[in-house]
Unconditional design. Sequence first.
Length: 82
Amino acid sequence: MYIHLGGEKVIFSSELVAIFDISVEKSSKVSKQFVSNALEGKNLMRIGEEVAKSIVVTKNMVYYSPISSATLKKKANIIFTV
């Protein structure tokens, strides 16, 4: 199954590791370091031109998504429960 992250970006649900609200990046040193490491390793992708609302972590990439974490979690939950 697939999960639409915004724009034209779609991932396989099997690649999904975690979905976080964007506020997590500002509230934790660990999350800031994680995003910084992803940026340095060129494993960070911003989806579209809109303001990021969530951070989606997959096995190989970290995405800034314009879709809220609550909406993405609902999509993922539907996929994983079917």
